[in-house]
Ligand binder design. Sequence first.
Ligand code: NAP
Length: 327
Amino acid sequence: MKAFIHAKGKLAIKEMEAPVASKGEVVVSLKVAGLNRRDIAIPKRRGDEGEVLILGSDGAGVIESVGAGVTNVQAGDAVIINPALNWERNSDAPPQGFDILGMPDHGTLAEKIVIAADQVEKKPEHLSWEEAGVLALSALTGYRALFTKGNIKESDTVFIPGAGSGVATYLISFAKSIGARVIVTSRSEIKRKQAKELGADIVLDTNSDWPEELKEETIDLVIDSVGRATFNRSLEVLKRGGTIIVFGATTDDIVDLNLREFFYGQYKLLGSTMGSRQELYAMLELIENHNIRPVVDKIFDLEQAQKAMDYLEQGNQFGKVAIQISE
Ligand SMILES: NC(=O)c1ccc[n+]([C@@H]2O[C@H](COP(=O)([O-])OP(=O)(O)OC[C@H]3O[C@@H](n4cnc5c(N)ncnc54)[C@H](OP(=O)(O)O)[C@@H]3O)[C@@H](O)[C@H]2O)c1
């Protein structure tokens, strides 16, 4: 089978042996995989080291075969992959043993994947293959940040800088589905228009004067995964006593924090990361009940995976980048 791999500092399409399902496992013949920022970060982190690793965390496809003892799915079922490994029940933080598919285990940028049967879920029927293939990682992350950690309510206003991010597009749809007020920023005029179409109530230029633009607003919750470029400015528009949630830092991990202003403001800063299987189920129920569909920005073929990664790195996307693996 064909796979997009990283090995000894190089990215390449490689012919590999097709996997076989052992006890409790399934082989999924993938139709579409989804790219995440992590797929760009991993090769950088591994540098010139490391044996062959198939990248990719998100994917959707058809069960090709099942190993002994598998009862939740059967050959022919349409499924999505849950990339959050070994995290079943809700908890304040992921349990020991939690991992994300695509490192150290082989990921979804391949014609086939072998995975534990309980890491696949029935594909939501209202989604196309492309939509299903880009769903899990970002939508689960957004769900936990917004609902479990952020405890968002209908009467709340949430502020999200960097509307073009894959996770941000889910945050907009999820928050709007419960009737919350959504304010986003983007550096790009086109993306601001797209965010408005997706349902954002107010869209601002990331480079505008936020406190001035939002002086009439009360922001209960901020979800900032842009990092250094926006973190302190996000705090400036959060109401006193409000909550700011981070699960990423696209621009830089390190920020300067004025502790005096922080404690006088009585802000709450919470970290989040992906989510449990229970949260995945809750997210799937939400998207089914509200007919929420992922925003697929662009689709590349598996052979063009490197090009797709470059495209994602340039940051021109609004939403998710998909990799078509088979028809
Ligand atoms: N912890 C987890 O479980 C988890 C899961 C998923 C993602 N993440 C992290 O969350 C972050 C978001 O990921 P993603 O893939 O959805 O999006 P992404 O591709 O990292 O994009 C984030 C957005 O940040 C904005 N941005 C980038 N550079 C900026 C700059 N210099 N100034 C202002 N804004 C800037 C852009 O928005 P505009 O183009 O609209 O301006 C961009 O679309 C990443 O850091 C990712 O690693 C973490």
